[in-house]
Design a protein around this ligand. Sequence first.
Ligand code: AMP
Ligand code: ZN
Length: 478
Amino acid sequence: MTHQSLQLYNTLNRKIEPFTPLNPNSNVIKMYTCGPTVYNFAHIGNLRTYINEDTLRRCLEFNQFQVQHVMNITDVGHLTSDEDSGDDKMELGAQREGLSIWEMAQKFTDAFVNDITELHILPPKIWCKATEHINEQIELIKKLEAKGLTYPIEDGIYYDTSKFPTYGKLGGQSLDELKGGARIGVTHGKRNITDFALWKFSPSNKKRLMEWDSPWGKGFPGWHIECSAMALKYLGDEIDIHCGGIDHVKVHHTNEIAQVEPITGKSWVRFWFHPEFLIEKDKEGTEEKMSKSKGEFLTLSLLKNKGYHPLDYRYYALNSHYRSKLNFSYAALDGAKQGRHNLIKLITELPLTELGQQPTEKSTLLNIINKDLNTPELLAYLWSTLKNLRLSPSQKCAMLPDIDALTGLNLIESAKEFAEQKLSLEQNIPAEILQLAEDRLLAKKNREFQKADQLREEVKTKGYKIIDEKDKYKIEKL
Ligand code: AMP
Ligand code: ZN
C-alpha cells in the first residue's frame, strides 16, 4: 500500500512542505537541536520541546531516514536578556548553588540527561558543549570580521545586522519592525537595534568565573555563535533540519543564520522546526510563559514526587499537536495519567508473546504521522484500534512495536510490568506490602538509598522479600 510522504511545517516559508533530504542520493538527515542552558533544572516546558523534537526524530527514522543528530549544551554566555545585557545565567546559577561554575554546569547537564532518559527521548548522536568549542567560535568570529560584518564597542565585538541583506527572513520581520526602537542602539552604542554580541569583554575590574583569551581581549563568546560554530563543525555547510523552541525564531535562530550564510555563501538550513510553548495561565486567565523563576518551578522530579510517571507527562505532551500552545494543568495531567494507565491495562490483555511474529503494515501509521507529526491523531488511532471489536487480539498486538517506535511510550514493556504486578496481586500479596515496595522503588529512583533500605527492612519484618530486577521488582513470601 502506498502512503503519504512526510509533510512538515517549515518556519522559513511559513507553510507545510513535502520533506525531502538535502542529498537525494542518501537517506542520511543532518539535524541540529538547540540544547539546554545548564544553569538550573529543565522545566517541563523545556521538556515539552525536547519531546516534540524527539517525535520528529522518531518520525524521520520511521520513514527510513538515518538521523545524524547533534545537540549542544550551553554552558557559557547566555545572559538573562536576549539584548546581550543583564547578568550571566551561569554565574548566577553557580552563586545560587554554592558550587564552582564547572561543577554547577555538570550537575545540571547530568540532570538534563537523566530527565530525557526517563522521558524516553532518544539521545543525540553527538553532544557538544560550548566551553569545549571556544576556538571554533573565535575562528568563526574572525571570518565574520574579515568580511567586514563586525564592529567593536565598549563591552564587546558586535555583528552589524544591516550588512546582511536577508537578516530577519526567518521570522518574517519587516524592515520597520527591525528598525523600531533605534534609540536602544544609541544607549548601547549598537548601530542597529538587532545587532548582537559575538564576543563580550570581561569587565576590567572583575575576574569572571569563565573567560578566555581572544584576538579582541579576554572575555567570553555571545550565546548565538556557539550553535553556528558547532553545527558547522559537526554537520557541514548545509543541514536538513534545525530545531528549537518557538521563542528562538526571531533572535537566536535569526542570528545563527546571519553568522553562517555570509561565510558559506549558501542557504544553510532547509527546514526550520519550532515547537510551540507550554504555558501557564494565572488566576485571571492571562497567559504566561512558563519560566524557571516564577511560582512553583515545574520540573520532572516535582511531577514524580507528586506521583506521576515521566511517561504520563510524555503521553500528555503527545496529546497536543506540537504547533499548538499547551496550557498546563494538573487536571489534564491527571487525565493523561489515567489514560496511559487504561491503555496499558488494555494492552496486557493482548497476546504479547506473539509479538514479532506477525507482518506489520506501516502505511496507516505513516499516513497519520506524516501529516506534520499528528500525534493526537496517532493516539486516537491507537485507542480506536484497541477497542475495535472486529479486530483480533493478534491484529491489535501487531501494531504495538511501531506505536512504541513512534511515540516512545514504551507500552509493551509497561504492559509486561503491569501484568507482573497484577500477578503478584493474584499471589495474595497485601496492598500494604505492594505500597511499601512501590515507595521503595520511588526512593531508589530518587537516589534516597537509606530510605529505600529502611522500606526493604520493613517489608521483611512483615514477612515478604523484595527481589530487584533492573528498574522493577518482584515480591515473594518469606
Ligand atoms: P533553555 O534551556 O532556556 O535554552 O531552553 C531550552 C529549550 O526550551 C529551548 O528550545 C526553548 O525554546 C524551549 N522553551 C523555553 N521555554 C519553553 C516553554 N515554556 N515551553 C516549551 N519550550 C520552551
Ligand atoms: Zn542554538
